[in-house]
Design a protein around this ligand. Structure first.
Ligand code: UD1
Ligand code: CA
Length: 462
Protein backbone atom coordinates (compact mmCIF):
# COMPACT_ATOMS: atom_id res chain seq x y z
CA UNK A 1 0.00 0.00 0.00
CA UNK A 2 1.02 3.60 -0.61
CA UNK A 3 1.34 6.07 2.23
CA UNK A 4 2.74 9.56 2.69
CA UNK A 5 4.63 11.69 5.17
CA UNK A 6 4.36 15.43 4.58
CA UNK A 7 6.98 17.65 6.21
CA UNK A 8 5.32 20.82 7.41
CA UNK A 9 7.15 21.78 10.58
CA UNK A 10 9.31 24.59 9.27
CA UNK A 11 8.77 28.17 10.33
CA UNK A 12 9.63 29.55 6.93
CA UNK A 13 11.75 32.43 8.18
CA UNK A 14 12.12 33.85 4.67
CA UNK A 15 8.35 33.95 4.20
CA UNK A 16 8.07 36.33 7.21
CA UNK A 17 4.69 34.79 7.96
CA UNK A 18 2.59 34.74 11.12
CA UNK A 19 1.43 31.21 10.23
CA UNK A 20 3.29 27.97 9.49
CA UNK A 21 4.92 28.30 6.06
CA UNK A 22 2.79 25.54 4.55
CA UNK A 23 -0.33 27.54 5.53
CA UNK A 24 0.76 30.39 3.21
CA UNK A 25 -1.73 30.44 0.36
CA UNK A 26 -1.73 29.75 -3.35
CA UNK A 27 -5.01 30.70 -5.02
CA UNK A 28 -6.50 31.28 -1.56
CA UNK A 29 -5.77 27.75 -0.31
CA UNK A 30 -2.90 26.77 2.01
CA UNK A 31 0.01 25.21 0.13
CA UNK A 32 -0.31 22.00 2.13
CA UNK A 33 -3.86 21.42 0.93
CA UNK A 34 -2.58 20.85 -2.62
CA UNK A 35 0.09 18.43 -1.40
CA UNK A 36 -2.52 16.47 0.58
CA UNK A 37 -4.85 16.37 -2.44
CA UNK A 38 -2.04 15.21 -4.74
CA UNK A 39 -0.99 12.28 -2.55
CA UNK A 40 -4.60 11.25 -1.98
CA UNK A 41 -5.27 11.35 -5.72
CA UNK A 42 -2.12 9.30 -6.23
CA UNK A 43 -3.61 6.65 -3.97
CA UNK A 44 -1.94 7.20 -0.59
CA UNK A 45 -4.16 5.54 2.00
CA UNK A 46 -2.42 6.70 5.15
CA UNK A 47 -1.07 10.23 5.56
CA UNK A 48 1.06 11.64 8.34
CA UNK A 49 1.88 15.36 8.62
CA UNK A 50 4.86 16.62 10.63
CA UNK A 51 3.98 19.86 12.39
CA UNK A 52 6.17 22.32 14.24
CA UNK A 53 5.94 26.10 14.21
CA UNK A 54 2.42 27.26 15.19
CA UNK A 55 1.18 23.69 14.94
CA UNK A 56 -2.24 24.55 16.42
CA UNK A 57 -3.15 26.47 13.25
CA UNK A 58 -2.09 23.61 11.03
CA UNK A 59 -3.75 20.98 13.18
CA UNK A 60 -7.05 22.85 13.14
CA UNK A 61 -6.90 23.26 9.37
CA UNK A 62 -6.07 19.60 8.73
CA UNK A 63 -8.88 18.42 11.01
CA UNK A 64 -11.41 20.31 8.91
CA UNK A 65 -9.84 19.09 5.67
CA UNK A 66 -9.67 15.39 6.50
CA UNK A 67 -10.01 13.94 9.98
CA UNK A 68 -8.15 10.76 8.95
CA UNK A 69 -4.84 12.62 8.57
CA UNK A 70 -2.43 11.75 11.35
CA UNK A 71 -0.23 14.49 12.82
CA UNK A 72 2.96 14.44 14.86
CA UNK A 73 4.81 17.30 16.48
CA UNK A 74 8.45 18.12 15.78
CA UNK A 75 9.79 20.30 18.57
CA UNK A 76 12.35 21.84 18.10
CA UNK A 77 12.78 21.75 14.31
CA UNK A 78 16.21 20.34 13.58
CA UNK A 79 15.89 19.70 9.85
CA UNK A 80 13.99 17.55 7.37
CA UNK A 81 15.61 14.29 8.53
CA UNK A 82 14.72 15.11 12.12
CA UNK A 83 11.18 15.88 10.95
CA UNK A 84 10.75 12.41 9.46
CA UNK A 85 12.27 10.79 12.58
CA UNK A 86 9.25 12.08 14.52
CA UNK A 87 7.06 9.82 12.39
CA UNK A 88 8.90 6.66 13.49
CA UNK A 89 5.78 5.00 14.87
CA UNK A 90 3.93 5.72 11.61
CA UNK A 91 6.86 4.23 9.68
CA UNK A 92 6.96 1.17 11.98
CA UNK A 93 3.38 0.45 10.96
CA UNK A 94 4.37 0.68 7.29
CA UNK A 95 7.70 -1.17 7.11
CA UNK A 96 6.48 -3.28 4.19
CA UNK A 97 4.77 -0.42 2.41
CA UNK A 98 5.90 2.32 0.04
CA UNK A 99 6.14 5.71 1.68
CA UNK A 100 6.41 8.99 -0.16
CA UNK A 101 7.96 11.84 1.78
CA UNK A 102 7.06 15.31 0.58
CA UNK A 103 8.00 18.89 1.30
CA UNK A 104 4.78 20.57 2.39
CA UNK A 105 5.79 23.76 0.57
CA UNK A 106 5.63 22.35 -2.98
CA UNK A 107 1.96 22.76 -3.97
CA UNK A 108 2.45 22.24 -7.72
CA UNK A 109 3.27 18.54 -7.31
CA UNK A 110 0.60 16.38 -8.90
CA UNK A 111 -0.65 12.79 -8.71
CA UNK A 112 0.66 12.00 -12.18
CA UNK A 113 4.25 12.89 -11.27
CA UNK A 114 3.99 11.06 -7.95
CA UNK A 115 2.75 7.92 -9.70
CA UNK A 116 5.25 8.04 -12.54
CA UNK A 117 7.99 8.23 -9.92
CA UNK A 118 6.30 5.34 -8.09
CA UNK A 119 6.29 3.15 -11.21
CA UNK A 120 9.96 3.93 -11.76
CA UNK A 121 10.62 3.10 -8.09
CA UNK A 122 8.94 -0.30 -8.37
CA UNK A 123 10.35 -1.23 -11.79
CA UNK A 124 13.88 -0.72 -10.49
CA UNK A 125 13.17 -2.25 -7.07
CA UNK A 126 14.58 0.86 -5.47
CA UNK A 127 14.93 1.55 -1.76
CA UNK A 128 14.77 5.26 -2.50
CA UNK A 129 13.60 7.16 -5.58
CA UNK A 130 14.05 10.91 -5.69
CA UNK A 131 12.04 13.23 -7.84
CA UNK A 132 14.47 15.60 -9.55
CA UNK A 133 14.37 18.47 -12.01
CA UNK A 134 16.82 20.25 -14.27
CA UNK A 135 16.69 23.91 -13.23
CA UNK A 136 18.06 27.26 -14.45
CA UNK A 137 18.46 28.81 -11.02
CA UNK A 138 20.59 26.60 -8.81
CA UNK A 139 20.53 28.94 -5.83
CA UNK A 140 19.54 27.24 -2.57
CA UNK A 141 18.77 23.84 -4.07
CA UNK A 142 19.93 20.38 -3.06
CA UNK A 143 22.35 19.45 -5.89
CA UNK A 144 22.16 15.86 -7.11
CA UNK A 145 25.65 14.51 -7.64
CA UNK A 146 26.17 11.60 -10.07
CA UNK A 147 29.34 9.78 -11.17
CA UNK A 148 30.67 9.88 -14.73
CA UNK A 149 28.25 7.09 -15.68
CA UNK A 150 25.28 8.98 -14.36
CA UNK A 151 24.95 6.78 -11.27
CA UNK A 152 23.59 8.60 -8.23
CA UNK A 153 26.09 9.44 -5.50
CA UNK A 154 24.54 11.90 -3.07
CA UNK A 155 22.65 15.14 -2.55
CA UNK A 156 24.68 18.18 -1.57
CA UNK A 157 22.77 21.05 -0.01
CA UNK A 158 23.65 24.41 -1.53
CA UNK A 159 25.07 25.67 1.78
CA UNK A 160 27.40 22.66 1.98
CA UNK A 161 28.45 22.72 -1.68
CA UNK A 162 31.77 23.91 -3.08
CA UNK A 163 31.95 26.12 -6.19
CA UNK A 164 32.03 23.14 -8.58
CA UNK A 165 29.13 21.38 -6.88
CA UNK A 166 27.06 24.56 -6.93
CA UNK A 167 27.09 24.38 -10.73
CA UNK A 168 25.20 21.05 -10.74
CA UNK A 169 21.80 21.91 -12.18
CA UNK A 170 19.91 18.72 -11.29
CA UNK A 171 17.86 19.71 -8.27
CA UNK A 172 16.35 17.56 -5.56
CA UNK A 173 12.66 18.44 -5.67
CA UNK A 174 11.95 17.43 -2.09
CA UNK A 175 9.74 14.41 -2.89
CA UNK A 176 11.04 10.89 -2.27
CA UNK A 177 9.60 7.38 -2.51
CA UNK A 178 11.05 5.02 0.10
CA UNK A 179 10.62 1.43 0.97
CA UNK A 180 9.39 1.65 4.60
CA UNK A 181 12.03 -0.63 6.11
CA UNK A 182 14.88 1.10 4.26
CA UNK A 183 13.60 4.49 5.34
CA UNK A 184 13.67 3.35 8.93
CA UNK A 185 17.25 2.15 8.49
CA UNK A 186 18.36 5.41 6.85
CA UNK A 187 16.83 7.51 9.65
CA UNK A 188 18.89 5.60 12.22
CA UNK A 189 22.08 6.67 10.42
CA UNK A 190 21.44 10.37 9.68
CA UNK A 191 23.69 12.81 11.58
CA UNK A 192 23.78 16.60 11.73
CA UNK A 193 27.34 16.94 10.60
CA UNK A 194 26.89 19.76 8.04
CA UNK A 195 26.92 23.52 7.55
CA UNK A 196 23.52 24.03 9.17
CA UNK A 197 23.90 21.41 11.94
CA UNK A 198 20.63 19.96 10.75
CA UNK A 199 19.49 16.40 10.16
CA UNK A 200 18.93 16.19 6.41
CA UNK A 201 16.49 13.64 4.93
CA UNK A 202 18.59 14.03 1.78
CA UNK A 203 21.46 12.12 3.45
CA UNK A 204 19.32 8.96 3.14
CA UNK A 205 20.42 8.66 -0.47
CA UNK A 206 24.12 8.22 0.32
CA UNK A 207 23.31 6.06 3.36
CA UNK A 208 21.22 3.61 1.35
CA UNK A 209 23.69 3.52 -1.55
CA UNK A 210 26.51 2.70 0.92
CA UNK A 211 24.34 -0.12 2.28
CA UNK A 212 24.23 -1.58 -1.24
CA UNK A 213 20.62 -0.66 -1.92
CA UNK A 214 19.13 0.47 -5.25
CA UNK A 215 18.55 4.17 -5.64
CA UNK A 216 17.17 6.19 -8.52
CA UNK A 217 15.95 9.61 -9.54
CA UNK A 218 12.84 10.22 -11.59
CA UNK A 219 13.55 13.37 -13.61
CA UNK A 220 10.35 15.31 -14.27
CA UNK A 221 9.43 16.43 -17.78
CA UNK A 222 8.04 19.79 -16.69
CA UNK A 223 10.08 21.13 -13.80
CA UNK A 224 7.35 23.55 -12.69
CA UNK A 225 5.67 20.75 -10.73
CA UNK A 226 8.67 20.72 -8.41
CA UNK A 227 8.69 24.44 -7.63
CA UNK A 228 8.35 25.37 -3.97
CA UNK A 229 8.10 28.65 -2.13
CA UNK A 230 10.51 29.85 0.49
CA UNK A 231 9.58 33.55 0.25
CA UNK A 232 6.71 35.73 -0.93
CA UNK A 233 8.19 36.29 -4.38
CA UNK A 234 8.33 32.56 -4.98
CA UNK A 235 4.80 32.28 -3.56
CA UNK A 236 3.63 34.84 -6.12
CA UNK A 237 5.33 32.78 -8.82
CA UNK A 238 3.47 29.65 -7.69
CA UNK A 239 0.20 31.62 -7.79
CA UNK A 240 0.94 32.74 -11.35
CA UNK A 241 1.80 29.25 -12.55
CA UNK A 242 -1.24 27.62 -10.97
CA UNK A 243 -3.53 30.41 -12.14
CA UNK A 244 -2.28 30.06 -15.70
CA UNK A 245 -2.65 26.26 -15.65
CA UNK A 246 -6.23 26.46 -14.37
CA UNK A 247 -7.26 29.25 -16.75
CA UNK A 248 -5.74 27.32 -19.67
CA UNK A 249 -7.70 24.19 -18.70
CA UNK A 250 -10.98 26.13 -18.70
CA UNK A 251 -10.22 27.81 -22.03
CA UNK A 252 -9.50 24.43 -23.59
CA UNK A 253 -12.89 23.31 -22.22
CA UNK A 254 -14.61 26.17 -24.06
CA UNK A 255 -14.73 28.86 -21.39
CA UNK A 256 -14.08 32.30 -22.89
CA UNK A 257 -11.53 34.38 -20.98
CA UNK A 258 -10.75 37.25 -23.35
CA UNK A 259 -8.34 38.83 -20.87
CA UNK A 260 -6.93 36.85 -17.96
CA UNK A 261 -5.98 39.94 -15.92
CA UNK A 262 -7.06 39.40 -12.34
CA UNK A 263 -8.91 36.19 -13.19
CA UNK A 264 -8.23 33.73 -10.37
CA UNK A 265 -10.12 30.44 -10.40
CA UNK A 266 -9.78 27.85 -7.64
CA UNK A 267 -8.89 24.33 -8.63
CA UNK A 268 -12.26 22.72 -7.77
CA UNK A 269 -14.36 25.22 -9.73
CA UNK A 270 -16.39 23.90 -12.69
CA UNK A 271 -17.47 26.18 -15.56
CA UNK A 272 -19.66 25.37 -18.56
CA UNK A 273 -18.73 26.11 -22.15
CA UNK A 274 -19.29 29.49 -23.79
CA UNK A 275 -19.38 31.18 -20.44
CA UNK A 276 -17.35 34.40 -20.49
CA UNK A 277 -15.15 35.34 -17.55
CA UNK A 278 -14.21 39.02 -17.53
CA UNK A 279 -11.22 40.65 -15.76
CA UNK A 280 -10.79 40.88 -11.99
CA UNK A 281 -13.00 37.93 -11.29
CA UNK A 282 -12.22 35.52 -8.48
CA UNK A 283 -14.09 32.20 -8.37
CA UNK A 284 -13.43 29.88 -5.46
CA UNK A 285 -14.52 26.89 -3.39
CA UNK A 286 -16.84 24.33 -4.93
CA UNK A 287 -18.43 26.83 -7.29
CA UNK A 288 -20.21 25.39 -10.33
CA UNK A 289 -21.16 27.70 -13.21
CA UNK A 290 -23.34 26.71 -16.17
CA UNK A 291 -23.12 27.58 -19.85
CA UNK A 292 -23.44 30.91 -21.67
CA UNK A 293 -23.01 33.06 -18.57
CA UNK A 294 -21.17 36.35 -18.37
CA UNK A 295 -19.29 36.55 -15.08
CA UNK A 296 -17.53 39.81 -14.24
CA UNK A 297 -15.90 42.16 -14.48
CA UNK A 298 -14.98 42.48 -10.80
CA UNK A 299 -16.98 39.56 -9.52
CA UNK A 300 -16.18 37.34 -6.54
CA UNK A 301 -17.89 33.97 -6.13
CA UNK A 302 -17.19 31.53 -3.29
CA UNK A 303 -19.23 28.31 -3.19
CA UNK A 304 -21.77 29.52 -5.70
CA UNK A 305 -24.09 27.34 -7.75
CA UNK A 306 -24.78 29.29 -10.92
CA UNK A 307 -27.15 28.13 -13.68
CA UNK A 308 -27.01 28.85 -17.43
CA UNK A 309 -27.37 32.25 -19.13
CA UNK A 310 -26.64 34.14 -15.91
CA UNK A 311 -25.18 37.65 -15.88
CA UNK A 312 -23.16 38.63 -12.80
CA UNK A 313 -21.68 42.08 -13.24
CA UNK A 314 -19.63 43.40 -10.29
CA UNK A 315 -21.20 40.95 -7.85
CA UNK A 316 -20.17 39.18 -4.69
CA UNK A 317 -21.83 35.76 -4.36
CA UNK A 318 -21.16 33.73 -1.21
CA UNK A 319 -22.59 30.26 -0.48
CA UNK A 320 -25.65 30.90 -2.65
CA UNK A 321 -27.51 29.58 -5.66
CA UNK A 322 -28.26 31.65 -8.73
CA UNK A 323 -30.62 29.91 -11.12
CA UNK A 324 -30.63 30.17 -14.90
CA UNK A 325 -31.42 33.47 -16.56
CA UNK A 326 -30.72 35.64 -13.52
CA UNK A 327 -29.31 39.07 -14.27
CA UNK A 328 -27.53 40.67 -11.29
CA UNK A 329 -25.47 43.79 -10.84
CA UNK A 330 -23.66 46.00 -10.89
CA UNK A 331 -22.69 46.10 -7.19
CA UNK A 332 -24.80 43.27 -5.83
CA UNK A 333 -24.10 41.06 -2.83
CA UNK A 334 -25.84 37.71 -2.36
CA UNK A 335 -24.87 35.63 0.65
CA UNK A 336 -25.67 33.06 3.35
CA UNK A 337 -27.56 30.31 1.50
CA UNK A 338 -29.72 32.58 -0.60
CA UNK A 339 -31.45 31.34 -3.73
CA UNK A 340 -32.28 33.60 -6.67
CA UNK A 341 -34.75 31.62 -8.74
CA UNK A 342 -35.03 31.65 -12.53
CA UNK A 343 -35.11 34.99 -14.27
CA UNK A 344 -34.71 37.13 -11.16
CA UNK A 345 -33.33 40.60 -11.78
CA UNK A 346 -31.27 42.22 -9.03
CA UNK A 347 -29.86 45.63 -9.83
CA UNK A 348 -27.32 48.02 -8.40
CA UNK A 349 -26.70 48.23 -4.66
CA UNK A 350 -28.98 45.39 -3.66
CA UNK A 351 -28.03 42.90 -0.94
CA UNK A 352 -29.76 39.55 -0.48
CA UNK A 353 -29.00 37.52 2.65
CA UNK A 354 -30.39 34.15 3.74
CA UNK A 355 -33.42 34.62 1.49
CA UNK A 356 -35.23 32.89 -1.32
CA UNK A 357 -36.31 35.16 -4.19
CA UNK A 358 -39.00 33.65 -6.42
CA UNK A 359 -38.99 33.37 -10.19
CA UNK A 360 -39.06 36.58 -12.18
CA UNK A 361 -38.97 38.86 -9.14
CA UNK A 362 -37.30 42.23 -9.66
CA UNK A 363 -35.36 44.41 -7.29
CA UNK A 364 -33.67 46.97 -9.46
CA UNK A 365 -31.92 49.25 -6.99
CA UNK A 366 -30.84 50.13 -3.44
CA UNK A 367 -32.56 47.40 -1.47
CA UNK A 368 -31.81 45.02 1.40
CA UNK A 369 -33.64 41.70 1.46
CA UNK A 370 -32.56 39.70 4.52
CA UNK A 371 -34.08 36.58 6.10
CA UNK A 372 -37.00 36.64 3.70
CA UNK A 373 -39.12 34.29 1.62
CA UNK A 374 -40.15 36.16 -1.48
CA UNK A 375 -42.56 34.75 -4.06
CA UNK A 376 -42.55 35.02 -7.84
CA UNK A 377 -43.02 38.20 -9.89
CA UNK A 378 -42.71 40.54 -6.93
CA UNK A 379 -41.60 44.10 -7.65
CA UNK A 380 -39.39 45.77 -5.08
CA UNK A 381 -39.29 49.53 -5.36
CA UNK A 382 -36.05 51.41 -4.89
CA UNK A 383 -34.90 51.61 -1.29
CA UNK A 384 -36.88 48.76 0.23
CA UNK A 385 -35.48 47.48 3.52
CA UNK A 386 -36.42 44.33 5.37
CA UNK A 387 -35.89 45.25 9.02
CA UNK A 388 -34.96 41.74 10.10
CA UNK A 389 -33.09 42.47 13.33
CA UNK A 390 -34.54 44.06 16.45
CA UNK A 391 -31.26 44.18 18.35
CA UNK A 392 -31.73 40.72 19.85
CA UNK A 393 -33.43 38.46 17.35
CA UNK A 394 -33.55 37.99 13.62
CA UNK A 395 -36.98 37.20 12.18
CA UNK A 396 -38.31 36.61 8.68
CA UNK A 397 -40.44 38.50 6.19
CA UNK A 398 -42.71 36.72 3.75
CA UNK A 399 -43.82 38.33 0.49
CA UNK A 400 -46.49 36.63 -1.63
CA UNK A 401 -46.45 36.18 -5.43
CA UNK A 402 -47.09 39.28 -7.51
CA UNK A 403 -46.89 41.76 -4.63
CA UNK A 404 -45.82 45.35 -5.36
CA UNK A 405 -43.56 46.97 -2.76
CA UNK A 406 -43.51 50.74 -3.23
CA UNK A 407 -40.26 52.69 -3.06
CA UNK A 408 -38.70 53.30 0.33
CA UNK A 409 -40.76 50.72 2.18
CA UNK A 410 -39.64 49.28 5.50
CA UNK A 411 -40.88 45.77 6.24
CA UNK A 412 -40.59 45.28 10.00
CA UNK A 413 -40.07 41.54 10.52
CA UNK A 414 -41.79 39.29 11.28
CA UNK A 415 -44.39 40.35 8.76
CA UNK A 416 -46.27 38.86 5.83
CA UNK A 417 -47.29 40.59 2.63
CA UNK A 418 -50.15 38.75 0.89
CA UNK A 419 -50.25 37.80 -2.79
CA UNK A 420 -50.66 40.75 -5.13
CA UNK A 421 -50.83 43.12 -2.14
CA UNK A 422 -49.80 46.70 -2.95
CA UNK A 423 -47.70 48.84 -0.59
CA UNK A 424 -47.69 52.61 -1.03
CA UNK A 425 -44.25 54.20 -1.33
CA UNK A 426 -42.69 55.34 1.93
CA UNK A 427 -44.64 52.92 4.10
CA UNK A 428 -43.34 51.32 7.26
CA UNK A 429 -45.15 48.01 7.42
CA UNK A 430 -45.56 46.48 10.87
CA UNK A 431 -48.69 44.37 10.36
CA UNK A 432 -49.53 41.57 7.93
CA UNK A 433 -51.16 42.66 4.68
CA UNK A 434 -53.96 40.48 3.22
CA UNK A 435 -53.82 39.47 -0.44
CA UNK A 436 -55.02 41.99 -3.00
CA UNK A 437 -55.06 44.78 -0.34
CA UNK A 438 -53.45 48.21 -0.43
CA UNK A 439 -51.36 49.17 2.60
CA UNK A 440 -50.49 52.81 3.24
CA UNK A 441 -48.44 53.36 6.36
CA UNK A 442 -47.20 56.94 6.29
CA UNK A 443 -48.35 60.33 7.60
CA UNK A 444 -50.76 62.24 5.38
CA UNK A 445 -49.21 65.22 3.57
CA UNK A 446 -49.85 68.72 5.02
CA UNK A 447 -49.69 71.92 2.89
CA UNK A 448 -49.22 75.35 4.56
CA UNK A 449 -49.84 78.02 1.93
CA UNK A 450 -47.37 80.97 1.81
CA UNK A 451 -45.41 79.54 4.75
CA UNK A 452 -41.98 80.42 3.22
CA UNK A 453 -42.82 84.14 2.87
CA UNK A 454 -44.05 84.29 6.44
CA UNK A 455 -41.29 82.20 8.08
CA UNK A 456 -38.41 83.31 5.82
CA UNK A 457 -36.40 80.11 6.51
CA UNK A 458 -33.61 80.83 3.95
CA UNK A 459 -30.57 83.13 4.26
CA UNK A 460 -31.16 86.51 2.49
CA UNK A 461 -29.13 86.79 -0.78
CA UNK A 462 -26.78 89.84 -0.75
C1 UD1 B 1 14.89 21.00 0.88
C2 UD1 B 1 15.95 19.94 0.55
C3 UD1 B 1 16.66 20.32 -0.74
C4 UD1 B 1 15.64 20.48 -1.87
C5 UD1 B 1 14.57 21.49 -1.47
C6 UD1 B 1 13.47 21.52 -2.52
C7 UD1 B 1 16.73 19.12 2.71
C8 UD1 B 1 17.87 19.09 3.66
N1 UD1 B 1 16.90 19.88 1.62
O1 UD1 B 1 15.58 22.22 1.13
O2 UD1 B 1 17.60 19.31 -1.09
O3 UD1 B 1 16.29 20.92 -3.06
O4 UD1 B 1 13.96 21.12 -0.21
O5 UD1 B 1 12.53 22.50 -2.19
O6 UD1 B 1 15.76 18.43 2.92
N2 UD1 B 1 10.62 21.07 7.59
C9 UD1 B 1 10.21 20.47 8.76
N3 UD1 B 1 11.05 20.46 9.83
C10 UD1 B 1 12.29 21.00 9.78
C11 UD1 B 1 12.71 21.62 8.59
C12 UD1 B 1 11.86 21.63 7.50
O7 UD1 B 1 9.09 19.97 8.85
O8 UD1 B 1 12.99 20.93 10.80
C13 UD1 B 1 9.70 21.10 6.44
C14 UD1 B 1 9.36 22.51 5.97
O9 UD1 B 1 8.18 22.97 6.62
C15 UD1 B 1 9.17 22.33 4.47
C16 UD1 B 1 10.06 21.15 4.13
O10 UD1 B 1 10.35 20.50 5.35
O11 UD1 B 1 7.83 22.02 4.15
C17 UD1 B 1 11.36 21.59 3.45
O12 UD1 B 1 12.06 22.45 4.31
P1 UD1 B 1 12.89 23.70 3.78
O13 UD1 B 1 13.56 24.34 4.93
O14 UD1 B 1 12.07 24.54 2.92
O15 UD1 B 1 14.01 22.94 2.90
P2 UD1 B 1 14.85 23.56 1.71
O16 UD1 B 1 15.92 24.44 2.27
O17 UD1 B 1 13.97 24.14 0.69
CA1 CA C 1 11.80 24.61 0.57
Amino acid sequence: MKCAIIMAGGKGTRMKATCPKVMCKVLFEPMISYVVDAVKEAGAEDICVIMGYKHEMLEEYLATKDEKIETVLQEPQLGTGHAVMQAQSFIDRHLDDDIIILNGDGPLIDAETINKAFDYHKENQNSITLISAIVDDTNGIGHIQRDENGKLLRIIEHKDANEEEKKINESNAGFYWFNGRDLSYALSKITNNNAQNEYYITDSLEILISAGKNAGAYVVENNEVTFGANDRKQLNNLNNIMRRNINDKHMINGVDIPCTDGVMIGKNVKIGSSTVILPNTIILGDTVIGENCTIGPNTYIDNGKIGDDVILDNCKILDSEIESGVDAGPFVKVRANSILKKGVHIGNFVEVKNSVIGEGTKSAHLTYIGDSDVGADVNFGCGTVTCNYDGKNKTRCKVGDGAFIGCNTNLIAPVEVGEKAYIAAGSTITDNIPEDALAVARARQVIKENWVNIKKPYKEKK
